[in-house]
Write a protein that binds this ligand. Structure first.
Ligand SMILES: [Zn+2]
Length: 375
């Protein structure tokens, strides 16, 4: 069995096994910040300073009671309605357009209005990038910010020494486990589980369905991301309007400069995607765990030589039933890229889906328009 590498001063399999609370997650992030220049690879001081800010942003959107998660400071015109607002893992503000429109909620929803708008402003430090440098993108959710934190710690120790077995699979498993502790309503299995009797977390929504890592097999550069999760489509007694669509569109919009995206699949309002039309799924572009990783690792800024070195894996949320790290136990939880992600790979000039399916059971159809398929 491959020896699992250390990252951030801790062997990744041990980190997976021992992370049994959200405090453990934040203790690890803090230890990375405290020991930044002694780690393998060492973290530059500028990057360490960014990690301090990112960690704070994660905490604000996280369990148990981050201010932005709780919606502290949100105020509707009617104070009684304000009391009905519920927590969610998305940075948001009240949209006054919705408040000032006196039409019925259902009509406003039809018109594309929602109670909230996303809050992710560059001027407030909500935009980030690693490999795309000044071409930054908005972050408004703690799962994505956690992927960003890990990605800023890169590259992988030893560059090309790292491979899926030794590094990227255990790294993704740790990332996934951390995500379950900081948000959502599911708690991961632990061998000695103090919360065994209570498998439900207090967070909002299901955890991300898929956790993805894309990496450069030569340089060890990598990026982690998760599927869209943590939003709440409606209040119990309060209409949120087209809020869910707004969040989905914001993820779609991230892909705006990704080669010829959306090609024939746009605009967002048309509701079209290869996953829907070719594989009976419901997901739209931008929803997938691949979104931030593909933008960082495969965008137009990447050289063709590096494009050929790109690899990837995606771990499904069923991973959470594995209490102790064991590589083989994750193989049937690895998910190949969906039809929409395969379309993005074709746009990006990736030669073969096989670069992203090591050990994954290919039970998703091959996108029919791969150049090599001759279609
Ligand atoms: Zn996908």
């Amino acid at each position: 069995m491959a020896v699992v590498l250390s990252f951030g001063g801790k062997s990744l399999d041990a980190l997976y096994n021992e992370t049994g609370s959200r405090d453990h997650v934040f203790d690890y992030l803090q230890s990375v910040i405290d020991n930044y220049d002694k780690l393998d690879p060492p973290i530059k001081e500028d990057t360490k300073n960014e990690l301090v800010v990112i960690k704070t942003q994660i905490e604000l959107l996280s369990l148990p009671s981050g201010d932005e998660y709780m919606g502290k400071g949100l105020a509707l015109k009617d104070p009684e309605s304000t009391k009905l607002l519920q927590p969610q893992h998305i940075r948001r503000e009240v949209d006054t357009v919705w408040e000032n429109d006196t039409k019925k909620a259902s009509v406003k929803k039809k018109n594309g209005l929602s109670l909230f708008k996303l809050q992710a402003e560059a001027a407030k430090g909500h935009h980030w990038a690693v490999y795309t440098k000044d071409s930054k993108r908005p972050y408004w959710n703690q799962y994505d910010l956690l992927g960003l934190f890990f990605s800023k710690m890169g590259p992988a120790p030893g560059g090309d020494v790292a491979d899926q077995s030794k590094f990227y699979l255990p790294l993704t498993a740790v990332y996934a486990k951390f995500c379950l502790w900081i948000g959502g309503k599911q708690i991961p299995s632990m061998k000695d589980d103090p919360e065994k009797k209570n498998k439900k977390g207090d967070g909002q929504g299901d955890p991300p369905a898929v956790f993805q890592c894309t990496w450069n097999s030569e340089t060890g550069d990598f990026f982690l991301g998760a599927t869209l999760a943590g939003d709440r489509s409606n209040g119990t007694k309060l209409e949120y309007g087209a809020w869910e669509d707004k969040v989905k569109k914001a993820r779609w919009d991230l892909l705006a400069n990704f080669f010829i995206f959306p090609g024939d699949w746009g605009p967002f309002e048309g509701g079209r995607s290869p996953a829907k039309e070719l594989d009976k799924k419901t997901t739209l572009f931008g929803n997938c765990g691949e979104t931030y990783p593909f933008l960082e690792m495969m965008g137009p800024h990447v050289k063709d030589t590096d494009r050929a070195r790109m690899r990837g894996l995606a771990l499904g949320k069923a991973f959470a039933s594995v209490p102790l790290y064991e590589e083989q136990k994750f193989f049937n939880k690895l998910i190949p890229p969906c039809m929409s992600c395969q379309q993005l790979m074709v746009y990006a000039g990736i030669a073969s889906v096989n670069q992203f399916t090591q050990d994954a059971t290919m039970d998703i159809p091959l996108f029919p328009y791969w150049p090599s398929s001759g279609v």
